[in-house]
Design a protein around this ligand. Structure first.
Ligand SMILES: Nc1ncnc2c1ncn2[C@@H]1O[C@H](COP(=O)(O)OP(=O)(O)OP(=O)(O)O)[C@@H](O)[C@H]1O
Ligand SMILES: [Mg+2]
Length: 300
């Protein structure tokens, strides 16, 4: 207050003659200012160190440098769920499927949601991804409050930031495997949509089935097409509902590797719903859900 009244607060040029400050507010010979300068220099040093580490890691992994994603990865929740409930009206009876659920997920985290059949896992995943809206509560995905958006706005967020592997695949029956994978790429107006979709089908071991329609594919093959489609838009966050549920051990392991590689190579946040406790144990955190309530939230 005094400083303001004396008119001595000013942002000085970094090149000004200060021994121990990068940016100094106020006169450098004032004790408050000196303490402030030391503190800000410490924070600035930490910030620079983190940035350098990120740059080196990105260089090694040949990833483009994206400051907003990286800042978010270190300092922000990518998903924040507050007092989320979902109820359905069945005749005169109210069915509470999710009951006051709260949790946050940090960008780059890997997490499994486990619980008995009917406990609300698929419902929760759908709400987190903006596929449906809760009865009460809030879902903030990548800084955007989904409950304040209309369906078109939520669809835009999904297409930009989200990959979703559905428990029941949800492939479009009138499109071939290749065309199904091309959908998110075409929505993003990617000129190389066809080529990229074909590469993804090869990655999930279906390079030779691109012209087949979903009805001509087995359950496990449809599952893999759905995985390739979820990978297509290089999502910031991938929601996977029983991603290996329909696959034999060998194919399941291949898909598991692809999913975890996405996390390591692109920093994609992973939220897996699974009954497979071995798969869950490979994530950094396990949320146990029962009767629509979180029972336990365990970090590895
Ligand atoms: N549209 C709906 N109308 C009424 N009830 C619904 C609806 N959708 C889901 N439910 C009910 O919500 C509960 C939770 O369903 P959900 O699919 O989320 O369970 P889940 O934990 O994913 O189960 P599973 O492990 O079997 O996949 C179930 O009892 C289900 O019947
Ligand atoms: Mg389910």
């Amino acid at each position: 207050m005094d400083l303001l009244q004396k008119g001595s607060v000013q942002i000085r040029n970094p090149s000004a003659n200060h021994k121990n400050s990068f940016f100094c507010v106020g006169r450098s010979n004032m004790p408050v200012c000196r303490e402030y300068s030391k503190l800000s220099n410490v924070f600035y040093f930490i910030y620079l160190t983190i940035l350098c580490q990120i740059l080196i890691v990105n260089q090694v992994q040949s990833r483009p440098f994206d400051l907003s994603t990286l800042t978010q990865r270190f300092f922000m929740s990518i998903l924040s769920i507050k007092n989320l409930s979902k109820t359905y009206q069945s005749g005169s009876r109210k069915l509470t499927v999710l009951d006051e659920v709260n949790f946050d997920i940090q960008a780059g985290e890997t997490l499994a949601i486990v619980g008995p059949s009917g406990s609300g896992k698929t419902t929760l995943l759908g709400l987190c991804a903006g596929l449906d809206s809760g009865s009460t509560g809030s879902v903030v995905l990548n800084g955007q409050a989904l409950e304040k958006m209309n369906e078109d706005q939520r669809a835009a967020v999904r297409n930009k930031d989200v990959g979703f592997i559905f428990q029941n695949f949800q492939l479009l029956p009138t499109l071939t495997a290749l065309e199904n994978v091309m959908v998110p790429l075409e929505l993003k107006k990617r000129k190389d949509a066809r080529q990229k979709a074909q590469e993804l089908l090869v990655k999930v071991g279906l390079g030779d089935r691109s012209t087949h329609y979903p009805t001509q594919l087995s359950g496990g093959e449809q599952q893999r097409v759905s995985i390739a489609r979820a990978f297509a838009n290089e999502p910031k966050i991938l929601f996977a509902d029983e991603p290996t549920g329909n696959l034999d051990t060998e194919t399941g392991e291949m898909i598991e590797k692809l999913i975890f590689d996405l996390n390591k190579e692109q920093g994609t946040t992973l939220v897996l719903v699974t009954h497979d406790l071995e798969l869950a144990a490979k994530t950094q955190r396990i949320i146990h859900i029962k009767g629509g309530k979180i029972q336990e939230d365990v970090h590895a």
